[in-house]
Design a protein around this ligand. Structure first.
Ligand code: TRP
Length: 460
């Protein structure tokens, strides 16, 4: 066995062995999922993995509420890498999702030493303005600041009870000399991701978080802490169907019919069970095998597709009984765009990316110098053809600048057959990128004075 892949969300290392990441992290594939209107991102292989996306797609299909959430680090300038997440957010929004955006000002303060005031102005001028320019709709979107939404911090605190220093150490590599604000930051992020499910922020519903794999440790922590707090587990049953079992915890033992001495209180337990049976019957299941004493109900007639709906209904029951009732978040994972120099894209090295407010001549210079998949001489290029996988101009057309599938395919054919030269594909990329930058620049100007529309009340 090789060394396991370990990802530190605060360091800039990047592993790009996606199939290995998917296996090691236990992520689901997106192949074969019924994704409606397969967006630019999915069809072109930009999203390579997901967790629980089926629950989200199911809600979209039923026109049931669901949300998409992302967070931004309010430091530096917004570049192409950041725009990938926003494209996904927009796509979910177009499918009916409400949008929540966390400004990670506490995290930036803890891990990058920024003042909260600087965080605010960077978030608004640099990020929210560009999100608006990229076409995020303000109607059902709301931006908030971690530092101003105390419930986010409170959830982090409450769920913090369900993890330990050694678990945090093994997820994040924290050591004795790690400062405590840094240790709190992931718990605040847990609060970011879960709080939209609170009544005042929209209630129980699936929330999907589009991320790069660097954020997966946070997703896993959030999912683990939410499921540890759940009162009912819904699992697939070996003999077919689903089962619901009670998860007895210190907080819920009495409510779930376990008395002070650890014995089953039949009366309480039976009442709970008839509530669960009511919930299940409302879905039309009648062949239930109920075992109150062992805290187990089996539903042989259910299929896996029913799981999401049953879980949501049981979370509502959990809330009525006094529990938190939080559904673990779903997530999607996008590939990292290659940096223009062929290695990592990084805001600290401007030559590796295009910033959303780069001038056209600056962008042009970078594309001209970008890593090419062309051959050493024209003669060789005509004979062997260009390498689209390696060619930054092609990759950027694919990921960012060319929406039209057939136009992209034609470029691919011409370039890989050698008909199109490296200089020619760069020219196309420059033209398309110019249009893209100009369009964003115009939208930024036209929307500059409407940024308030994107802000939640507690962010104004
Ligand atoms: N940690 C994220 C980053 O480094 C920012 C963030 C904060 C975030 N809260 C979030 C991302 C919630 C996704 C969801 O960029």
């Amino acid at each position: 066995m090789g060394e396991g892949i370990r990802i530190d969300p605060w360091s800039s290392q990047q592993s790009t062995d996606y199939s290995r990441i998917r296996d090691e992290f236990g992520l689901g594939s997106v192949e074969g999922m019924a994704i409606p209107d397969p967006s630019l991102l999915h069809r072109r292989g930009i999203i390579f993995a997901q967790r629980d996306l089926d629950i989200v797609l199911d809600s979209a299909k039923r026109n049931d509420p669901f949300g998409v959430l992302t967070g931004l680090m309010p430091s530096g300038r917004m570049h192409l890498g950041h725009s990938m997440v926003i494209e996904q957010v927009k796509w979910f929004q177009s499918q009916g999702a409400d949008v929540t955006i966390a400004v990670a000002d506490l995290e930036a303060h803890a891990t990058r030493g920024m003042s909260l005031d600087d965080c605010r102005s960077t978030a608004l001028k640099e990020y929210v303005l560009n999100y608006a320019a990229l076409g995020l709709d303000s109607d059902n979107a709301s931006v908030y600041f971690q530092s101003r939404r105390s419930v986010v911090q409170r959830i982090g605190f409450t769920l913090g009870k369900r993890t330990t220093m050694s678990e945090m150490g093994s997820i994040y590599g924290f050591q004795g000399d790690t400062n405590l604000a840094h240790i709190q930051a992931p718990l605040v992020q847990v609060g970011d991701i879960l709080h939209p499910q609170l009544e005042e922020y929209g209630g129980i519903r699936p929330i999907v978080v589009p991320v790069g794999v660097d954020q997966d440790p946070h997703i896993r922590l959030t999912r683990d802490l939410a499921s540890r707090s759940n009162w009912f587990n819904v699992k697939t049953r070996k003999a077919g169907g689903l089962s619901v079992s009670l998860s007895i915890q210190e907080e819920n033992a009495l409510a779930l019919g376990v008395d002070g001495r650890g014995r089953v209180d039949r009366e309480v337990r039976n009442t709970i069970f008839s509530s669960i049976i009511d919930v299940l019957s409302s879905f039309g299941f009648s062949d239930l095998i109920s075992n109150p004493k062992h805290g187990l109900i089996e539903i042989p007639g259910a299929i896996n597709k029913d799981r999401g709906q049953i879980r949501l209904a049981l979370l509502s029951l959990e809330r009525r009984l006094g529990g938190l009732g939080l559904l673990p978040p779903a997530s999607t994972y996008h590939r990292f765009a290659v940096g223009m120099t062929g290695d990592k894209m990084s805001s600290s090295r401007p030559e590796t990316t295009i910033f959303l407010d780069d001038s056209i001549p600056d962008m042009e210079k970078k594309v001209k110098r970008a890593l090419s998949g062309g051959q050493a001489t024209v003669e060789e290029h005509r004979r062997l053809g260009g390498d689209c996988e390696k060619d930054v101009a092609f990759q950027y057309l694919n990921t960012f600048f060319e929406d039209d599938d057939s136009a992209l395919e034609e470029i691919r054919r011409n370039y890989s057959s050698g008909r199109m030269l490296a200089g020619e594909i760069k020219k196309i990329c420059i033209d398309k990128a110019s249009e893209w930058l100009q369009d964003i620049d115009e939208k930024r100007r036209s929307i500059e004075d409407q940024i308030e529309d994107y802000l939640a009340d507690d962010a104004r």
